[in-house]
Design a protein around this ligand. Structure first.
Ligand code: DX5
Ligand code: ZN
Length: 214
């Protein structure tokens, strides 16, 4: 299993150092949660911050946009150094145009599904995506409980991809740690985001290693 620590749980007074710490601890990707206080009831950081911390690791930067109008800001996040940009199928931007914009900047595009959205919502776009992210909590905050009942969506996306001969990665985000990762792995998830489980661990390398073993 690939592990992408969510910087949402880091000490923001030293975000660059925290990224370096996760890199050294063996993280596969860095997961950066961008929230606009409109699409979700919380505000985090935007492209300028990502640009400042970009030099602290060569690992892929996986930018999760929880914003109402992602299309407006794709160039900013591309310029900031994103490798993967995921945005929500529930957003207000045109989905096809946003995917095209991301891909035109040579960045991998992913769509995210909130808990109340069925897997089928992303089916029309699967052949254009590198990744589908299934939320296993309501987006907005770290440290929430894992929603195991979201996992059948992983199977549904995988089955549809297999039927159509599409190869993409499935990511899960929210409430993932030692107690829940086996369920995600068994469902066929390829990449797990982990915030609290990694940042609050005494030994981040040990925590990441244990999760990667699944
Ligand atoms: C929630 C974010 C997640 C979150 C995960 O809106 O998308 O990435 O930070 O944090 P944990 O692992 O603590 O649930
Ligand atoms: Zn996230």
């Amino acid at each position: 299993m690939k592990i992408a620590p969510s910087l949402l749980s880091c000490d923001f007074s030293k975000m660059g150092e925290e990224i370096k710490r996760m890199d050294k601890a063996g993280a596969d990707w860095m997961h950066l949660d961008v929230m606009d206080g409109h699409f979700v009831p919380n505000i985090t950081f935007g492209a300028p911050v990502i640009k400042w911390v970009r030099p602290y690791s060569d690992k892929p930067f996986d930018v999760h946009l929880m914003i109402s109008e992602p299309l407006k800001y794709i160039d900013d996040f591309a310029d900031a150094g994103a490798d993967i940009i995921t945005f929500h199928v529930e957003c207000d931007s045109d989905i096809d145009a946003t995917i095209e914009k991301i891909k035109s900047r040579n960045i991998q595009a992913g769509l995210v599904i909130k808990p109340n959205t069925p897997a089928e919502a992303v089916f029309p776009y699967l052949d254009k995506l590198s990744l589908v992210l299934v939320m296993t909590v309501e987006p907005g905050f770290g440290g929430q409980s894992f929603m195991a009942d979201m996992l059948p969506k992983v199977g549904a996306v995988k089955a549809e991809c297999a039927r159509r001969g599409i190869d993409l990665l499935i990511e899960a985000d929210g409430g993932i740690g030692a107690a829940t990762i086996k369920q995600a792995a068994d469902a066929g998830v390829d990449v797990c985001v982990a915030g609290t489980a990694v940042f609050k661990a005494e030994d981040a390398a040990k925590a990441i290693g244990e999760l990667q073993a699944y």
